[in-house]
Design a protein around this ligand. Structure first.
Ligand SMILES: O=C(O)c1cccc(C(=O)CC[C@H]2O[C@@H](n3cnc4c(=O)[nH]cnc43)[C@H](O)[C@@H]2O)c1
Ligand SMILES: [Zn+2]
Length: 353
Protein backbone atom coordinates (compact mmCIF):
# COMPACT_ATOMS: atom_id res chain seq x y z
CA UNK A 1 0.00 0.00 0.00
CA UNK A 2 1.23 3.47 -0.76
CA UNK A 3 -0.29 5.46 2.07
CA UNK A 4 -0.99 4.91 5.75
CA UNK A 5 -4.47 5.52 7.06
CA UNK A 6 -5.24 8.99 8.36
CA UNK A 7 -2.86 11.50 6.87
CA UNK A 8 -0.16 11.72 9.57
CA UNK A 9 0.34 15.40 8.74
CA UNK A 10 -3.25 16.35 9.64
CA UNK A 11 -3.59 17.94 13.10
CA UNK A 12 -5.02 15.59 15.72
CA UNK A 13 -8.00 17.86 16.44
CA UNK A 14 -8.95 18.08 12.77
CA UNK A 15 -8.77 14.30 12.50
CA UNK A 16 -11.16 13.99 15.43
CA UNK A 17 -13.51 16.49 13.74
CA UNK A 18 -13.41 14.50 10.48
CA UNK A 19 -14.05 11.18 12.24
CA UNK A 20 -17.50 12.25 13.43
CA UNK A 21 -18.40 14.58 10.55
CA UNK A 22 -21.49 13.24 8.73
CA UNK A 23 -20.39 12.56 5.14
CA UNK A 24 -21.59 11.51 1.71
CA UNK A 25 -19.45 9.60 -0.75
CA UNK A 26 -20.07 9.80 -4.50
CA UNK A 27 -17.15 7.87 -6.01
CA UNK A 28 -16.43 4.50 -4.48
CA UNK A 29 -16.34 1.10 -6.18
CA UNK A 30 -18.22 -1.92 -4.87
CA UNK A 31 -15.49 -4.56 -5.28
CA UNK A 32 -12.79 -1.95 -4.65
CA UNK A 33 -14.24 -1.39 -1.17
CA UNK A 34 -13.69 -4.95 0.04
CA UNK A 35 -11.66 -4.61 3.25
CA UNK A 36 -8.97 -7.19 4.15
CA UNK A 37 -11.58 -8.70 6.49
CA UNK A 38 -14.07 -9.11 3.63
CA UNK A 39 -11.38 -10.33 1.20
CA UNK A 40 -10.28 -12.95 3.77
CA UNK A 41 -13.83 -14.15 4.22
CA UNK A 42 -14.41 -14.41 0.45
CA UNK A 43 -11.03 -16.08 -0.10
CA UNK A 44 -11.88 -18.64 2.61
CA UNK A 45 -15.07 -19.42 0.70
CA UNK A 46 -13.08 -19.83 -2.54
CA UNK A 47 -9.64 -21.22 -1.56
CA UNK A 48 -8.45 -21.65 -5.17
CA UNK A 49 -8.10 -17.84 -5.49
CA UNK A 50 -4.64 -16.26 -5.91
CA UNK A 51 -5.59 -13.29 -3.69
CA UNK A 52 -3.62 -13.50 -0.41
CA UNK A 53 -5.58 -13.46 2.84
CA UNK A 54 -2.78 -12.54 5.22
CA UNK A 55 -3.06 -8.73 5.76
CA UNK A 56 0.67 -8.11 5.26
CA UNK A 57 0.79 -10.08 2.02
CA UNK A 58 -2.38 -8.29 0.96
CA UNK A 59 -0.75 -4.88 1.54
CA UNK A 60 2.06 -5.95 -0.77
CA UNK A 61 -0.41 -7.33 -3.32
CA UNK A 62 -2.19 -3.95 -3.27
CA UNK A 63 0.92 -2.01 -4.34
CA UNK A 64 0.60 -1.04 -7.98
CA UNK A 65 3.19 -0.29 -10.61
CA UNK A 66 0.71 1.55 -12.82
CA UNK A 67 -3.00 1.75 -13.71
CA UNK A 68 -2.94 -1.43 -15.82
CA UNK A 69 -1.44 -3.38 -12.92
CA UNK A 70 -4.13 -1.99 -10.63
CA UNK A 71 -6.87 -3.25 -13.00
CA UNK A 72 -5.26 -6.73 -13.11
CA UNK A 73 -5.28 -6.94 -9.33
CA UNK A 74 -8.80 -5.47 -9.19
CA UNK A 75 -10.07 -8.22 -11.49
CA UNK A 76 -8.48 -10.91 -9.29
CA UNK A 77 -10.64 -9.61 -6.42
CA UNK A 78 -13.67 -9.53 -8.77
CA UNK A 79 -12.97 -13.27 -9.30
CA UNK A 80 -13.62 -13.84 -5.59
CA UNK A 81 -17.26 -12.87 -5.99
CA UNK A 82 -18.98 -15.92 -7.37
CA UNK A 83 -22.38 -16.32 -5.76
CA UNK A 84 -25.30 -14.04 -4.89
CA UNK A 85 -24.43 -14.59 -1.21
CA UNK A 86 -20.89 -13.25 -1.91
CA UNK A 87 -22.48 -10.16 -3.48
CA UNK A 88 -24.77 -9.67 -0.50
CA UNK A 89 -21.95 -10.13 2.04
CA UNK A 90 -19.67 -7.69 0.20
CA UNK A 91 -22.36 -5.01 -0.11
CA UNK A 92 -23.59 -5.24 3.48
CA UNK A 93 -20.06 -5.29 4.97
CA UNK A 94 -18.98 -2.34 2.82
CA UNK A 95 -21.93 -0.39 4.26
CA UNK A 96 -20.84 -1.37 7.79
CA UNK A 97 -17.35 0.05 7.10
CA UNK A 98 -18.91 3.24 5.73
CA UNK A 99 -21.19 3.67 8.72
CA UNK A 100 -18.15 3.52 11.03
CA UNK A 101 -16.90 6.65 9.24
CA UNK A 102 -20.23 8.42 9.60
CA UNK A 103 -21.03 8.03 5.90
CA UNK A 104 -24.74 8.76 5.76
CA UNK A 105 -25.13 8.34 2.01
CA UNK A 106 -23.05 6.63 -0.69
CA UNK A 107 -23.39 6.10 -4.41
CA UNK A 108 -21.58 2.81 -4.94
CA UNK A 109 -20.25 2.06 -8.43
CA UNK A 110 -21.13 -1.51 -9.35
CA UNK A 111 -20.07 -3.36 -12.50
CA UNK A 112 -22.90 -5.88 -13.03
CA UNK A 113 -21.35 -7.10 -16.30
CA UNK A 114 -18.35 -8.50 -14.37
CA UNK A 115 -20.68 -10.57 -12.20
CA UNK A 116 -23.13 -11.78 -14.85
CA UNK A 117 -20.30 -12.82 -17.18
CA UNK A 118 -18.85 -14.87 -14.30
CA UNK A 119 -22.11 -16.79 -14.09
CA UNK A 120 -24.07 -15.03 -11.36
CA UNK A 121 -27.74 -15.01 -12.29
CA UNK A 122 -28.83 -11.46 -13.08
CA UNK A 123 -32.07 -11.59 -11.06
CA UNK A 124 -30.21 -13.05 -8.06
CA UNK A 125 -27.53 -10.35 -8.41
CA UNK A 126 -30.10 -7.53 -8.28
CA UNK A 127 -31.88 -9.15 -5.33
CA UNK A 128 -28.58 -9.49 -3.44
CA UNK A 129 -27.60 -5.81 -3.77
CA UNK A 130 -31.12 -4.63 -2.95
CA UNK A 131 -31.38 -6.92 0.04
CA UNK A 132 -28.05 -5.58 1.34
CA UNK A 133 -29.11 -1.98 0.64
CA UNK A 134 -32.28 -2.32 2.69
CA UNK A 135 -30.51 -4.17 5.52
CA UNK A 136 -27.72 -1.54 5.61
CA UNK A 137 -30.25 1.27 5.85
CA UNK A 138 -32.14 -0.49 8.64
CA UNK A 139 -29.09 -1.69 10.60
CA UNK A 140 -26.56 1.15 10.08
CA UNK A 141 -28.63 4.12 8.89
CA UNK A 142 -26.44 4.42 5.78
CA UNK A 143 -28.34 5.07 2.55
CA UNK A 144 -26.87 3.28 -0.46
CA UNK A 145 -27.58 4.07 -4.10
CA UNK A 146 -26.09 2.42 -7.18
CA UNK A 147 -24.16 3.62 -10.23
CA UNK A 148 -23.93 0.79 -12.82
CA UNK A 149 -20.74 1.28 -14.83
CA UNK A 150 -19.61 -0.09 -18.16
CA UNK A 151 -16.11 -1.63 -17.93
CA UNK A 152 -15.04 0.25 -21.06
CA UNK A 153 -12.12 -1.98 -21.98
CA UNK A 154 -14.49 -4.97 -22.21
CA UNK A 155 -16.04 -3.35 -25.28
CA UNK A 156 -19.47 -2.68 -26.68
CA UNK A 157 -20.85 -6.06 -25.66
CA UNK A 158 -20.24 -5.03 -22.05
CA UNK A 159 -21.85 -1.65 -22.78
CA UNK A 160 -24.93 -3.35 -24.24
CA UNK A 161 -25.22 -5.73 -21.30
CA UNK A 162 -24.81 -2.93 -18.75
CA UNK A 163 -27.39 -0.74 -20.49
CA UNK A 164 -29.82 -3.65 -20.64
CA UNK A 165 -29.40 -4.46 -16.93
CA UNK A 166 -29.81 -0.78 -16.04
CA UNK A 167 -32.89 -0.07 -18.12
CA UNK A 168 -34.95 -3.28 -18.16
CA UNK A 169 -37.89 -2.50 -15.87
CA UNK A 170 -38.07 -6.11 -14.70
CA UNK A 171 -34.45 -6.04 -13.51
CA UNK A 172 -33.51 -2.48 -12.73
CA UNK A 173 -32.99 -2.20 -8.97
CA UNK A 174 -34.82 0.46 -6.97
CA UNK A 175 -31.54 1.92 -5.70
CA UNK A 176 -30.10 2.59 -9.15
CA UNK A 177 -29.58 6.31 -9.78
CA UNK A 178 -26.80 6.64 -12.33
CA UNK A 179 -24.84 5.17 -15.22
CA UNK A 180 -21.03 5.22 -15.47
CA UNK A 181 -18.00 4.16 -17.44
CA UNK A 182 -14.82 2.85 -15.79
CA UNK A 183 -11.60 0.98 -16.35
CA UNK A 184 -8.62 2.12 -18.42
CA UNK A 185 -9.12 5.20 -20.63
CA UNK A 186 -6.22 4.79 -23.03
CA UNK A 187 -7.61 3.45 -26.31
CA UNK A 188 -11.16 3.42 -24.90
CA UNK A 189 -12.71 6.47 -26.58
CA UNK A 190 -15.73 7.92 -24.76
CA UNK A 191 -17.87 8.81 -27.85
CA UNK A 192 -18.46 5.14 -28.78
CA UNK A 193 -20.54 4.76 -25.60
CA UNK A 194 -22.99 7.54 -26.52
CA UNK A 195 -25.89 5.25 -27.56
CA UNK A 196 -25.72 3.38 -24.22
CA UNK A 197 -25.65 6.59 -22.19
CA UNK A 198 -28.53 7.94 -24.29
CA UNK A 199 -30.60 4.89 -23.34
CA UNK A 200 -29.71 5.16 -19.68
CA UNK A 201 -30.48 8.89 -19.58
CA UNK A 202 -33.80 8.29 -21.37
CA UNK A 203 -34.60 5.76 -18.63
CA UNK A 204 -34.07 8.48 -16.00
CA UNK A 205 -30.50 7.71 -14.92
CA UNK A 206 -27.82 10.33 -14.31
CA UNK A 207 -24.61 10.27 -16.33
CA UNK A 208 -21.39 9.91 -14.29
CA UNK A 209 -18.49 8.58 -16.39
CA UNK A 210 -14.85 8.40 -15.33
CA UNK A 211 -12.83 10.78 -17.49
CA UNK A 212 -9.46 12.49 -17.33
CA UNK A 213 -8.11 10.02 -14.77
CA UNK A 214 -5.41 8.50 -16.98
CA UNK A 215 -5.79 10.54 -20.19
CA UNK A 216 -5.89 14.23 -21.03
CA UNK A 217 -8.61 16.89 -20.89
CA UNK A 218 -10.10 15.91 -24.28
CA UNK A 219 -11.54 12.81 -22.56
CA UNK A 220 -13.37 15.09 -20.13
CA UNK A 221 -14.71 17.20 -23.01
CA UNK A 222 -15.85 13.97 -24.71
CA UNK A 223 -17.62 12.83 -21.56
CA UNK A 224 -19.43 16.17 -21.35
CA UNK A 225 -20.31 16.41 -25.03
CA UNK A 226 -21.07 12.80 -25.97
CA UNK A 227 -22.09 11.22 -22.68
CA UNK A 228 -23.80 14.32 -21.20
CA UNK A 229 -21.87 13.88 -17.95
CA UNK A 230 -23.46 15.55 -14.91
CA UNK A 231 -20.46 14.80 -12.73
CA UNK A 232 -17.00 13.62 -13.73
CA UNK A 233 -15.21 10.68 -12.09
CA UNK A 234 -11.75 12.08 -11.26
CA UNK A 235 -11.34 14.66 -14.05
CA UNK A 236 -7.74 15.09 -12.88
CA UNK A 237 -6.32 16.24 -16.22
CA UNK A 238 -8.93 19.04 -16.46
CA UNK A 239 -6.28 21.16 -14.74
CA UNK A 240 -4.34 21.20 -18.02
CA UNK A 241 -7.10 23.11 -19.82
CA UNK A 242 -8.21 26.49 -18.42
CA UNK A 243 -11.22 26.61 -20.78
CA UNK A 244 -12.37 23.25 -19.46
CA UNK A 245 -11.99 24.41 -15.85
CA UNK A 246 -14.04 27.52 -16.67
CA UNK A 247 -16.71 25.35 -18.32
CA UNK A 248 -16.90 22.97 -15.33
CA UNK A 249 -17.16 25.94 -12.97
CA UNK A 250 -19.77 27.81 -15.03
CA UNK A 251 -21.99 24.75 -15.49
CA UNK A 252 -21.42 23.54 -11.96
CA UNK A 253 -20.29 20.08 -13.07
CA UNK A 254 -18.71 18.59 -9.93
CA UNK A 255 -15.48 16.64 -10.01
CA UNK A 256 -15.25 13.47 -7.93
CA UNK A 257 -11.71 13.92 -6.69
CA UNK A 258 -9.91 10.88 -5.21
CA UNK A 259 -6.43 12.11 -4.21
CA UNK A 260 -4.85 8.95 -2.78
CA UNK A 261 -6.19 6.82 -5.63
CA UNK A 262 -4.40 9.05 -8.12
CA UNK A 263 -1.12 8.49 -6.30
CA UNK A 264 -1.65 4.73 -5.86
CA UNK A 265 -2.30 4.21 -9.59
CA UNK A 266 0.52 6.64 -10.41
CA UNK A 267 -1.77 8.95 -12.35
CA UNK A 268 -0.31 11.80 -10.24
CA UNK A 269 3.26 11.71 -8.88
CA UNK A 270 2.80 13.07 -5.37
CA UNK A 271 -0.06 14.41 -3.26
CA UNK A 272 1.53 17.85 -3.25
CA UNK A 273 1.33 17.88 -7.05
CA UNK A 274 -2.36 16.96 -7.04
CA UNK A 275 -4.39 19.57 -8.97
CA UNK A 276 -7.24 19.79 -6.45
CA UNK A 277 -6.06 23.29 -5.46
CA UNK A 278 -6.33 24.44 -9.07
CA UNK A 279 -9.88 23.11 -9.28
CA UNK A 280 -10.92 25.08 -6.23
CA UNK A 281 -9.11 28.21 -7.42
CA UNK A 282 -10.99 27.97 -10.75
CA UNK A 283 -14.34 27.75 -8.91
CA UNK A 284 -15.02 24.11 -9.81
CA UNK A 285 -17.27 22.18 -7.41
CA UNK A 286 -14.99 19.62 -5.73
CA UNK A 287 -16.15 16.52 -3.89
CA UNK A 288 -13.74 14.27 -2.00
CA UNK A 289 -13.91 10.50 -2.39
CA UNK A 290 -11.97 7.30 -1.69
CA UNK A 291 -12.46 5.26 -4.96
CA UNK A 292 -11.13 1.80 -3.91
CA UNK A 293 -10.18 2.52 -0.29
CA UNK A 294 -8.58 -0.69 1.04
CA UNK A 295 -6.72 -1.25 -2.24
CA UNK A 296 -5.25 2.25 -1.94
CA UNK A 297 -4.61 2.04 1.80
CA UNK A 298 -7.06 4.81 2.53
CA UNK A 299 -10.59 5.55 3.64
CA UNK A 300 -12.90 8.53 3.31
CA UNK A 301 -11.74 10.07 6.60
CA UNK A 302 -8.18 9.98 5.36
CA UNK A 303 -9.17 11.59 2.05
CA UNK A 304 -10.77 14.47 4.00
CA UNK A 305 -7.57 14.81 6.04
CA UNK A 306 -5.53 14.91 2.82
CA UNK A 307 -7.90 17.52 1.37
CA UNK A 308 -7.65 19.63 4.54
CA UNK A 309 -3.88 19.72 4.12
CA UNK A 310 -3.81 20.32 0.37
CA UNK A 311 -6.52 23.00 0.51
CA UNK A 312 -5.53 24.44 3.89
CA UNK A 313 -9.01 23.89 5.34
CA UNK A 314 -10.27 24.30 8.88
CA UNK A 315 -13.43 22.70 10.29
CA UNK A 316 -15.75 25.07 8.40
CA UNK A 317 -13.93 24.36 5.13
CA UNK A 318 -14.22 20.61 5.72
CA UNK A 319 -17.94 20.98 6.46
CA UNK A 320 -18.32 22.85 3.14
CA UNK A 321 -16.59 19.98 1.34
CA UNK A 322 -18.95 17.49 2.98
CA UNK A 323 -21.92 19.65 1.95
CA UNK A 324 -20.61 19.82 -1.65
CA UNK A 325 -20.91 16.03 -1.82
CA UNK A 326 -24.46 16.06 -0.45
CA UNK A 327 -25.47 18.82 -2.88
CA UNK A 328 -23.83 17.05 -5.86
CA UNK A 329 -25.48 13.74 -5.00
CA UNK A 330 -28.59 12.25 -6.58
CA UNK A 331 -30.40 12.03 -3.28
CA UNK A 332 -33.86 13.63 -3.07
CA UNK A 333 -34.26 17.17 -1.69
CA UNK A 334 -35.53 16.05 1.72
CA UNK A 335 -32.61 13.64 2.15
CA UNK A 336 -30.12 16.34 1.16
CA UNK A 337 -31.65 18.81 3.61
CA UNK A 338 -31.48 16.25 6.42
CA UNK A 339 -27.79 15.42 5.95
CA UNK A 340 -26.82 19.05 5.37
CA UNK A 341 -28.63 19.95 8.59
CA UNK A 342 -26.70 17.25 10.42
CA UNK A 343 -23.38 18.58 9.07
CA UNK A 344 -24.26 22.14 10.16
CA UNK A 345 -25.44 21.05 13.61
CA UNK A 346 -22.35 18.90 14.16
CA UNK A 347 -20.00 21.69 13.07
CA UNK A 348 -21.71 24.33 15.21
CA UNK A 349 -21.61 22.06 18.24
CA UNK A 350 -17.91 21.24 17.63
CA UNK A 351 -16.93 24.89 17.27
CA UNK A 352 -18.80 25.89 20.43
CA UNK A 353 -16.95 23.36 22.63
O1 LIG B 1 -15.02 -8.10 -15.61
C1 LIG B 1 -14.39 -8.38 -16.64
O2 LIG B 1 -14.36 -9.52 -17.09
C2 LIG B 1 -13.62 -7.31 -17.35
C3 LIG B 1 -13.09 -7.55 -18.59
C4 LIG B 1 -12.35 -6.55 -19.21
C5 LIG B 1 -12.14 -5.32 -18.59
C6 LIG B 1 -12.68 -5.11 -17.34
C7 LIG B 1 -12.42 -3.82 -16.67
O3 LIG B 1 -11.82 -2.96 -17.24
C8 LIG B 1 -12.94 -3.62 -15.30
C9 LIG B 1 -12.49 -2.33 -14.73
C10 LIG B 1 -13.37 -1.87 -13.58
O4 LIG B 1 -12.51 -1.22 -12.69
C11 LIG B 1 -13.32 -0.47 -11.85
N1 LIG B 1 -12.52 0.58 -11.24
C12 LIG B 1 -12.18 0.59 -9.95
N2 LIG B 1 -11.46 1.66 -9.69
C13 LIG B 1 -11.33 2.35 -10.82
C14 LIG B 1 -10.68 3.58 -11.13
O5 LIG B 1 -10.02 4.25 -10.31
N3 LIG B 1 -10.76 3.99 -12.41
C15 LIG B 1 -11.43 3.31 -13.35
N4 LIG B 1 -12.07 2.15 -13.08
C16 LIG B 1 -12.01 1.68 -11.83
C17 LIG B 1 -14.45 0.03 -12.68
O6 LIG B 1 -15.64 -0.12 -12.01
C18 LIG B 1 -14.36 -0.80 -13.95
O7 LIG B 1 -15.59 -1.26 -14.38
C19 LIG B 1 -13.43 -6.08 -16.72
ZN1 LIG C 1 -13.28 5.14 -9.84
Amino acid sequence: MTQHLVDPQAPRDLRAFIADLPKAELHVHHVGSASPRIVSELAARHPDSKVPTDPEALADYFTFTDFAHFIDVYLSVVDLIRTPEDVRLLTYEVARDMARQQVRYAELTITPFSSTRRGIDERAFMDAIEDARKAAEADFGTLLRWCFDIPGEAGLQAAEETARLATDDRLRPEGLVSFGLGGPEVGVERPQFKPYFDRAIAAGLHSVPHAGETTGPQTVWDALTHLRAERIGHGTSSAQDPKLLAHLAEHRIPLEVCPTSNIATRAVRTLDEHPVKEFVRAGVVVTINSDDPPMFGTDLDNEYAVAARLLDLDERGLAELAKNAVEASFLDAAGKARITGEIDAYTAQWLSR
